[in-house]
Ligand binder design. Structure first.
Ligand code: NAP
Ligand code: 3JN
Length: 347
């Protein structure tokens, strides 16, 4: 009987909102780990994290942190990935990168397992995890794309503050309390930590996620446009996005209009979606059943509902797509990829 191979795993950004979820999933999924290395910046180095009943000490991430590491999961921002992932690769690790650093690199597969897991075999050391808003949308659209083809996508997002990191969660909770207490609000982080202008998020909706680009779209919106085309392998799809931050802690919601290339029956679309792995159909207007961020939080699935034919275009389909941005949108998608790598190496 062959024994299961165990992997030396590193989590870069282990103390962050995404890193914390990755560590939780590695434990919950009983990922085959020999040694787990937890890495952060100097700020959190020396702090401890519990893993399977053991206290692990977080270390400062550095180029030589990756000696002996076989799988490295990065979620410490694009600059850290650009600086350290090449070192991890040169030490022989396969990197699963949650940042924007390599997503559009032609040599880097951009993977959502339910959509294009076949692409991981082409990796050259780095596999990119798409942006959270893209992941949940393409996971839901892929079965429709395969069956009918899609010519156009118009998406508006309602994104939770946890997408902007653990400090943004703190900011929403603090501001909400301050508004209710009638105190003065001093926005500190949102919409973009590194920009000088800040806006109130409590009791508000901010139509800016990430920095503005020259074309008037934000970077988050352009990530959705470019990544969707790359993942579906179709440069012809017209995609347009409006990304909005809302005062929700966990779970991104999206209003998506997809124009299909062929006629469809709504019942067939519902059947396709309910048969798709990782997708849960939650669509029953009669009982007011539709996807909600509060229901999706803590779950790995992508929830789809409010399915209806567009009133102006018979091949147009409107839907509401919700998922936990830190799970399927980040940590779970990355751990799923790690599981495929682990399974592949047993064969
Ligand atoms: P966060 O809560 O702010 O956590 C940031 C993490 O990165 C912390 O562990 C932090 O360590 C670490 N870090 C920061 N600077 C570092 C450095 N110079 N060297 C090593 N570690 C460093 O942010 P988050 O929400 O977890 O997101 C982290 C990153 O994940 C984002 O910047 C983004 O690139 C990616 N992300 C991707 C998605 C997605 O859609 N797939 C979603 C959310 C985030 P300290 O504790 O020492 O500060
Ligand atoms: O704001 C959100 O809801 C998702 C944020 C993702 C994010 C935040 C900071 C930097 C990313 C990302 O995954 O694209 C990045 C980045 O890697 O550029």
């Amino acid at each position: 009987m062959s024994t299961q191979k165990l992997f030396n795993v590193a989590v870069v950004g282990a103390t962050g909102a995404v890193g914390e979820q990755i560590i939780g999933l590695l434990e919950k999924r009983n990922f085959p780990i020999a040694e787990l290395k937890l890495l952060s910046s100097a700020r959190s180095a020396g702090s401890s994290v519990m893993f399977k009943g053991r206290e692990l000490i977080v270390e400062e991430a550095a180029p030589d942190s990756f000696k002996g590491v076989e799988i490295a999961l990065f979620s410490a921002g694009g600059e850290v990935s650009k600086a350290l992932a090449p070192h991890a690769v040169s030490h022989g690790a396969i990197c699963i990168d949650n940042t924007n650093a390599f997503r559009m690199d032609p040599d880097t597969p951009l993977v959502v397992p339910e959509v294009n897991i076949d692409k991981i075999s082409g990796h050259k050391g780095i596999i990119a995890n798409p942006n959270c808003s893209t992941i949940q949308m393409v996971a839901a659209l892929k079965p429709l794309y395969d069956r009918y083809g899609i010519s156009r996508i118009i998406v508006s997002t309602y994104q939770a503050v946890s997408g902007a990191g653990s400090m943004a969660i703190g900011e929403l909770l603090r501001q909400t309390g301050d508004v209710l207490a009638g105190k003065e609000i001093k926005p500190d982080i949102l919409p973009v930590g590194s920009l000088p202008v800040k806006h109130q998020i409590a009791f508000n909706a901010i139509p800016q996620i990430d920095k503005f680009q020259d074309n008037g779209y934000t970077l988050e919106e352009m990530k959705m446009v470019r990544e969707t085309k790359k993942i579906l392998g179709d440069e012809q799809i017209a995609v347009t996005a409006t990304c909005v931050r809302v005062p929700v802690v966990y779970g991104h919601s999206e209003s998506v209009y997809a124009e299909l290339n062929h006629d469809y029956e709504l019942e067939d679309v519902k059947r396709l979606l309910s048969d798709s792995p990782g997708v849960v159909l939650a669509d029953d207007p009669a009982s007011q059943r539709y996807p909600l961020a509060t229901d999706a939080a803590g779950k790995p699935d992508v929830f789809v509902g409010r399915l209806r034919r567009d009133l102006g275009s018979p091949r147009g389909l409107n839907m509401w797509i919700v998922s936990d941005n830190l799970l399927k949108g980040a940590a779970w998608n990355a751990v799923q990829i790690a599981e495929y790598i682990a399974i592949g190496s047993q064969e």
